[in-house]
Design a protein around this ligand. Structure first.
Ligand code: MG
Length: 283
């Protein structure tokens, strides 16, 4: 992309990278896609893992809370299943075309920012690719970090419970979890755990101190803050601990973070004039 050539010119900028979650961040929760995803997860637990139906909703919520994703939690408590099978059941059956639309506003916002952009999602490659394609923003990102990037040695159904020394545990993420007994470990690497962030930084060559991280999950942002990232909560305008900026919608980036464009306007580059005009037109 022509934009990539511009990145180096702004290396003295406050931000060198914009890191984005996908679900409920690049499109709103109100789309209903995540709700459908949760329904598919509960169906998978009932149909494929034969978990008693009455226990599933509460279990689903608890595992998500403890482990970052329900899938990670299911693995931690002893369920063994093929990751691809899980993803195709949970994501592969989503009514993407019905729930999502192209988002030219977001596309223009992303393209007008001369800062490298990276995706960091707990979801699988196929899901992320489909979402980005339907939103019409698949060419806006330099790198895409997904479930497969974070779990490269776990593509098949392999588990002896010891293959990953850096396994995630659910305790310690919530302030009220201190008195709980230790939870079993999961072999799955995912947000909000620090090893997922460390891996993403390595894969995408990210300097967290110069990166702005967008996510709808407060827990993900709180880990991110501990990892020295600058943080933007999406889906709420309430700032809280660990949140530097809070936006109802990703569409509000320009209003909340005008400095991202000001850097561009100030820069002495052949592109600055063009971008300044663009900014004025949209204001
Ligand atoms: Mg999300």
């Amino acid at each position: 992309m022509e934009y990539e050539n511009d990145y180096q010119q702004y290396s003295n900028s406050k931000y060198e990278c914009l890191l984005f979650d996908v679900d409920d961040t690049l499109y709103p929760y109100s789309s209903g896609l995540s709700l459908q995803c949760t329904k598919n997860i509960t169906e998978y637990m009932i149909e494929k893992l034969k978990i008693e139906e009455s226990k599933v909703p509460e279990m689903c919520v608890q595992l998500y809370k403890d482990y970052g994703t329900t899938m990670s939690g299911l693995r931690a408590i002893g369920y063994d299943f093929d990751y691809d099978d899980y993803h195709s059941y949970v994501h592969g059956r989503l009514p993407y075309e019905e729930k999502l639309r192209p988002d030219p506003v977001l596309r223009n916002l992303l393209h007008s920012l001369p800062i490298r952009k990276v995706i960091f999602s707990n979801a699988n490659d196929a899901h992320v690719a489909t979402v980005l394609r339907i939103l019409g923003i698949e060419d806006c990102f330099e790198r895409i970090v997904t479930f497969e990037s974070l779990n490269p040695t776990h593509e098949s159904n392999v588990s002896d419970g010891r293959e990953n020394q850096e396994s995630n545990v659910g305790s310690g993420m919530d302030s009220d979890a201190g008195a709980d007994p230790p939870l079993p470990k999961s072999p799955v690497i995912c947000k909000p755990f620090e090893n997922a962030f460390e891996q993403a930084f390595k894969i995408a060559d990210i300097n967290p101190k110069k990166t702005l991280f967008f996510d709808d999950s407060l827990r993900n942002l709180q880990t991110a803050k501990c990892m020295n990232l600058h943080t933007v909560l999406i889906g709420s305008s309430h700032r809280t601990t660990g949140v530097d900026y809070a936006l109802e919608s990703i569409h509000n980036i320009r209003e909340a973070l005008p400095e991202l464009w000001e850097e561009l306007a100030k820069a002495e580059s052949p592109y600055s004039g063009q971008a300044a005009i663009e900014t004025t037109v949209r204001a």
